[in-house]
Write a protein that binds this ligand. Structure first.
Ligand code: HAM
Length: 437
């Protein structure tokens, strides 16, 4: 079979079976996505977070202002379009949308600190490669309404707990503080002044960053640029005593929780809203796209989005696709999809009808039942029973209908028993440990 259509570059289908995409990356099957999502939800529940779901479409201005006009995301990576005078963007991240929703629905009025989590697709028009897609999936959290260092530490602890729960241990947590925006501005001026004489030696990307967002030059992976930066002024020298005290407290709390970290004074992150603590979790063996997750504090974002009061907040987001790369690298266990409890093969029209009706009864009793919907040969039906990995198989033909008894075969042992039709539901629900509906 064929079609002239293909999925859009940088997107991918998630199928019942695993497969390898054009770039040679294994795409996990739906059952594994569900397992990861379930684990994420379990950890979120343990840490007392509530789920929020915001639209995939947001006003372009929300992202432009929230994430920052000078960022790569806003300058180059937005899927934005106009329709009948409204500007839409496919959300490139979820923090700005969550803060919008928090402000719009006055979630502060629920009282206390709001601890929210999300799982869903995001969109960035990046050059696709291993671990980097145009439609990807993030899970993350936002803790809104507290400037307490415990919120920073808890954010990081939740993030690492998820990777621990999935058996991904080969990770490295880098942390840094960006201080407050006023101090950072002074630092950016000093950094720009220091870098300008070197402008000709910088790559095109770094030259552009020097113009739009000099802090991002610190992010360079180029050795000769890293050398230039060795003598550059250090952000930490510009950070206030208050910010340093907050940062020290975060580090103390991480130590209390046995969360290992390394300090990285060059960690600046690619979004403009951060203040104070920032962090990134890296995986081993992931190649160029080594960032599994990242986040930090963003105490001014609510005001940038129009709030008349500050909403101190912290959060992180993680990429699901990179998490799967790390799961593969760690060869961590993953459950298979649920197998059918029972497969019922039918021989002949009369049997087909009986099987169709009985299947319904068994399903109503809570059993996971598979059958043939195509009138295929017994051999083909048995192949299907194997593919479905059914625990029990029944073959119903004229003889069974006359005797009102079914031969039930336990596939693993090969044992067979005869069960009268009127005892079938009880027999199978007991054997398959199903409670009944
Ligand atoms: P981010 O670092 O831009 O942060 O993205 C978080 C994670 O999303 C990355 O570490 C990466 O795993 C994944 N990711 C990003 N872009 C792609 C892509 N094109 N393909 C595959 N995976 C990708 C944020 O988005 C912030 N909103 C995090 C945050 C939450 N900060 C505070 N609260």
């Amino acid at each position: 079979m064929s079609t002239s259509f293909q999925n859009i570059k940088g997107t991918f289908d998630i199928l019942p079976d695993a497969y390898t995409d054009d770039g040679g990356t294994r795409v996990a099957p739906t059952a594994e996505w569900r397992y990861v999502e379930r684990t994420v939800r379990d950890v979120m529940a343990r840490y007392n977070l509530e789920e929020i779901r915001t639209p995939v479409l947001e006003p372009t201005d929300l992202v432009a202002r929230g994430v920052g006009a000078g960022t790569d995301i806003v300058q180059k990576e937005m899927f934005a379009f106009e329709r009948a005078g409204t500007n839409y963007v496919l959300r490139p991240e979820v923090t700005a949308p969550v803060v919008r929703s928090f402000l719009q629905h006055h979630l502060d009025q629920r009282g206390g600190v709001q601890k929210l989590f999300y799982i869903g697709p995001c969109f960035r028009a990046e050059q696709p490669q291993k671990g980097r897609y145009r439609q990807f999936h993030q899970f993350g959290i936002e803790i809104l309404g507290t400037d307490d260092a415990r919120a920073d530490a808890e954010t990081i602890a939740i993030m690492t707990a998820i990777y621990d729960a999935l058996g991904i241990s080969d990770t490295r947590l880098r942390i840094n503080t960006l201080g407050t925006p006023d101090r950072r501005e002074k630092y950016v001026e000093a950094l720009r002044e220091y870098l300008e004489p070197y402008a000709d030696e910088l790559s095109e990307t770094s030259q552009r960053r020097l113009e739009a967002n000099p802090l991002r030059v610190l992010d360079t992976k180029l050795e000769h640029e890293q050398k230039i930066l060795q003598e550059a002024p250090q952000l930490i020298e510009y950070v206030s005593d208050e910010s340093l005290a907050h940062y020290d407290r975060v580090k103390e709390l991480l130590a209390d929780l046995d969360v290992a970290y390394v300090e990285d004074p060059l960690l600046v992150r690619g979004l403009d809203y951060y203040t104070e603590t920032t962090f990134e979790l890296e995986g081993a063996d992931l190649g160029a796209q080594s960032a599994l997750a990242g986040g930090g504090r963003y105490d001014r974002l609510a005001e940038v989005l129009g709030s008349d009061e500050p909403v101190p907040a912290t959060g992180f987001a993680a990429g699901m696709e990179r998490l799967f790369l790390a799961l593969d690298a760690a060869e961590a266990d993953r459950p298979k999809g649920p197998a059918a409890d029972v497969f019922i093969a039918a021989l002949g029209e009369k049997a087909e009808r009986w099987v169709f009706q009985t299947t319904q009864d068994l399903r109503e009793a809570g059993l996971h039942v598979a059958l043939d919907l195509k009138g295929r040969s017994l051999k083909a039906q048995m192949r299907e029973a194997n593919r479905q990995a059914a625990d029990y198989t029944l073959i119903i033909g004229g003889n069974e209908l006359d005797a009102e008894k079914a031969t039930v075969k336990e596939m693993e042992s090969g044992d067979q028993v005869e069960v009268p039709f009127d005892e079938l539901t009880d027999y199978l629900t007991t054997k398959c440990d199903v409670d009944g509906a």
